[in-house]
Structure formats: C-alpha cells, structure tokens
Design a protein around this ligand. Sequence first.
Ligand code: HEC
Ligand code: HEC
Ligand code: HEC
Ligand code: HEC
Length: 103
Amino acid sequence: MKKLAVLLVIAAFVGTACFAIAADKPAKVTYEVKMGNVTFDHAKHEGLTDCATCHHTGDQQPCKSCHDGTKAPASKDAYHKNCKDCHKKEGKGPTKCKECHVK
Ligand code: HEC
Ligand code: HEC
Ligand code: HEC
Ligand code: HEC
C-alpha cells in the first residue's frame, strides 16, 4: 500500500512538471496585423529545427522584448527574415504576403 502511495505521488509530480513545460510553449500564436492576421503553428515548427534557430539568444522570451527597433532590429524585419528566409531555403512554407497574412 505504501509503495503505491509513493508511486502515485511521483506520478502526480511528473505529471505536473510535464504540464508546466507544455503550458509555457504556445501551441499556436496569432499576430494581428492590418493587412491580414498571421497564424504561427508553434507545435508544428518545433519538430522542424532546434529551438535556438528561432530563440537565437538561448532563452525563450517574446521576440518583441528585444526587437523594438532600438536594442535589436524592428520586430517586423526580424519575423520576416526568420520566417521567410527559412521557407525560401527549405522550399516549403509560405513566402508570399497573402499566404501568411490571411484576411
Ligand atoms: C520556427 C521558430 C521557432 C522554433 C523552432 C521554436 N520557437 Fe518558441 N516561439 C517562436 C515564436 C515566433 C514565438 C512567439 C513569441 C513571440 O512572437 O514573441 C515562440 C514562443 C515561445 C515561448 C513563449 C514565450 C513567451 O514568453 O511568450 C516559449 C516558452 C517557447 N517558444 C519555447 C520554445 C522551445 C522550448 C522550443 C524548442 C522545443 C521552441 N520554442 C522552438 C518561434 C519558435
Ligand atoms: C534577448 C534579446 C533578443 C530576443 C529575445 C530575440 N532577439 Fe533576435 N536579435 C537580437 C539582437 C540584439 C539582434 C541583432 C544582433 C545580431 O545580429 O545578433 C538580433 C537579430 C535577429 C535577426 C537577424 C536580423 C537581421 O536583420 O539580420 C533575426 C532574424 C532575429 N533576431 C529573430 C528573432 C526572433 C524570431 C525572435 C523570437 C523568437 C528573436 N529574434 C528574439 C536580440 C534578441
Ligand atoms: C527553420 C525553418 C522555419 C522557420 C524559422 C519558420 N518556418 Fe514556417 N515552415 C517551415 C516549413 C519547413 C514548413 C512546411 C511544413 C510542412 O509542409 O509540413 C513551414 C510552414 C509554415 C506555414 C504553413 C502552414 C502551417 O502551419 O503548416 C506557415 C503559416 C508558417 N510556416 C509560418 C511561419 C512563421 C510566421 C514563421 C516565423 C515566426 C515561420 N513559419 C518560421 C519552416 C520554418
Ligand atoms: C512567412 C510569413 C510572412 C510572410 C510571407 C509575410 N509576412 Fe508580414 N509579417 C509576418 C509576421 C509574423 C509579422 C509580425 C507581426 C507582429 O509583429 O505582430 C509580420 C508583420 C508585417 C507587417 C507589420 C505590421 C505591424 O503592425 O507592424 C507588415 C506591414 C507586413 N508584415 C507586410 C508584409 C508584406 C507586404 C509581405 C509580402 C512582401 C509580407 N508581410 C510577407 C509574417 C509574414
């Protein structure tokens, strides 16, 4: 009986830990832009490359916390470069305005 209780406690702990990690990463992010909203499927992109390809500073802060046009290039340029350059290089994923910016 005692053994089972210990296992249950461990299971609950591991379960909470996994949940905490999963909750930090967004499944999808939607950027509201006048010319059309952009939907970024984070979960899908995680399998395509390393975290650091996009989170290039090693931590996982929102891009705009640095990309405000003073500390780092403006966010529009950073996103366009990150997103479009890879899609071009891979020959997969949208590269035309209206393929990302959907009204
Ligand atoms: C293809 C690019 C890309 C890859 C690969 C990627 N991310 Fe992200 N991640 C983003 C973008 C874009 C956001 C949205 C944040 C923003 O726009 O400011 C984000 C958001 C996050 C956030 C939330 C940040 C916040 O505070 O809002 C976390 C945590 C995170 N990513 C972790 C990870 C981890 C861990 C991996 C690897 C398993 C990973 N990401 C892979 C692009 C990427
Ligand atoms: C902690 C601050 C910080 C965060 C967070 C950050 N960046 Fe950056 N980023 C920089 C700095 C500073 C530069 C310019 C210096 C350099 O080229 O390394 C840069 C450069 C870039 C460049 C190259 C720009 C160019 O014109 O060559 C891209 C693309 C980029 N970041 C994308 C992103 C994306 C996408 C995110 C979020 C997933 C992000 N960055 C998060 C600080 C940050
Ligand atoms: C490291 C390379 C890489 C980066 C960086 C990247 N993508 Fe992608 N993206 C891909 C690939 C590869 C596909 C095609 C996946 C497939 O067809 O299975 C794709 C597909 C997509 C699609 C098609 C629909 C979907 O969700 O599958 C959208 C929209 C998209 N990307 C948006 C973005 C945005 C917005 C960013 C920047 C925040 C971004 N991507 C950054 C590689 C990348
Ligand atoms: C791969 C996807 C993708 C493609 C292709 C793309 N964009 Fe974007 N665009 C984004 C993302 C992501 C943002 C960042 C939105 C934000 O900062 O909230 C953005 C931001 C913008 C903004 C800035 C909006 C603002 O509020 O600052 C403009 C304007 C824009 N894009 C125009 C264009 C034009 C014009 C094209 C075609 C030449 C284009 N985009 C192609 C993903 C894309």
